[in-house]
Write a protein that binds this ligand. Structure first.
Ligand SMILES: Cc1ncc(COP(=O)(O)O)c(C=O)c1O
Length: 377
């Protein structure tokens, strides 16, 4: 008889909205500033850009639209190619396709799970316009060699920092290292606005272009005159009000994720067959998702572990399905017969454990359950 699965009591990620979120949202409601103009938009854009070491921040409706907006603001379109890791979330490839450009994949490093910089130059062609490094699960990419290759070949670097708010590369916060950085503020991210995103940059021209494009590209001379194809990617003041309150606590929220990870690392260190996430000596990993990879010596498959953890009321997620395995992209004639063994391996054996900033002592409960399952109890 099939065993019943209890609803999860420990979720993969839950937001912590314990600061001034409701005060600021109430203020929007009381003052009628509920649409995309208002002081919270301005304060959130300035504050978050500044946190990333950038002069300009342009809020958007999501991380996906932030990526699309950034690529569009750089003038990327048909005939162009953008290099992106095979092991990532589909939004990266979707954003490239929205511009009409072609995504070109690259495999990952086995330890950080980020794009393998040693494979970069082999993928560059005369059509390449940009590289999109993705800071997977909160660990920064090795940005210096990426920036060197980009400058040698005159390419843009569009950082996808959706999962890595506050992560650092040699002490520099991600998002502010490439030409443009893109963030998501979905509810499971380190800080959230419910739905939302932001493009950050230090380049005034890119910022101006992105700001125009996100608001339908009204002509500066005459409102309702449009000389370019723009989008409505406007975040609301209500969302930015939540974002600003979250931003006030961003370091605390990131540090809580880091202390979850330290606790997981120490409790799982001696469990046979579990590969733990790394933190390179030059990195500050913010562990957006605390993830492990199961080797054969663990004794049971990733999917079995997930099912058994669900019976303990513990929610988990499998790692991403790589881009060359997505029917939607294969149907477009993309990535046919391409091979990315590290991405495939992670996809089959990797699992995201509960990772929210409010997890606290539940880490011990999750680790005890994993050990019990591994021991066959
Ligand atoms: C790496 C990466 N890029 C982009 C996105 C898209 O963000 P959103 O869901 O806000 O559109 C996500 C979402 O989780 C992501 O993980």
């Amino acid at each position: 008889m099939a065993e019943t699965i209890r609803p999860a009591q420990i979720r993969v990620c839950e937001p912590l909205l314990e600061g001034r979120e409701s005060v600021y949202v109430q203020d929007c409601l009381k003052t009628n500033w509920i649409s995309s103009k208002g002081k919270y938009i301005e304060e959130f854009e300035k504050g978050f850009a500044n946190y990333c070491g950038c002069s300009y921040g342009i809020t958007t409706t999501s991380g996906t639209t932030a990526l699309h907006l950034a690529l569009a603001a750089l003038g990327i379109g048909k005939e162009d190619e953008v290099i992106v890791p095979a092991f990532t979330m589909a939004a990266c490839v979707l954003a490239i396709l929205y511009t009409g450009a072609t995504p070109v994949l690259i495999d990952s490093e086995p330890d950080t799970w980020n794009l393998d910089v040693n494979q970069l130059e082999d993928r560059i062609t005369r059509r390449t316009k940009a590289i999109m490094p993705v800071h997977i699960y909160g660990h920064p990419c090795d940005m210096s060699p990426i920036m060197e290759v980009a400058s040698k070949h005159r390419l843009f670097v569009v950082e996808d920092a959706a999962e890595a708010h506050g992560a650092e590369y040699y002490g520099k916060r991600v998002g502010g290292i490439g030409h443009v950085g893109c963030f998501s503020f979905y509810a499971n991210k380190i800080i959230t606005t419910g739905e939302g995103g932001m493009v950050v940059t230090n380049d005034p021209k890119i910022a101006e272009k992105a700001r125009a494009l996100k608001d339908l590209s009204h002509s500066p001379q005459r409102r309702f005159l449009h000389t370019e194809i723009g989008f409505n990617y406007r975040m609301t003041n209500l969302q930015a009000a939540i974002g600003l309150a979250q931003l006030e606590r961003i370091e605390e929220l990131a540090e809580r994720r880091r202390s979850n990870a330290l606790r997981y690392n120490s409790l799982l260190a001696n469990v046979q067959g579990i590969r733990l996430p790394v933190e390179k000596k030059w990195a500050r990993n913010v562990y957006w998702m605390y993830s492990i990879v199961l080797e054969d010596t663990f004794g049971i498959s990733r999917d079995t572990l997930m099912a058994k953890l669900a019976q303990h009321g513990i929610e988990t997620r499998p790692m991403f399905i790589p881009m060359h395995r997505q029917p939607a992209f294969l149907d477009q004639g993309l990535f046919k017969s391409e091979c990315y063994p590290i991405a495939d391996d992670l996809s089959q054996k990797g699992v995201n454990l509960p990772s929210g900033s409010g997890l606290g002592a539940n880490v011990d409960f999750v680790c005890a359950a994993i050990k019990e399952i591994a021991a066959g109890k």
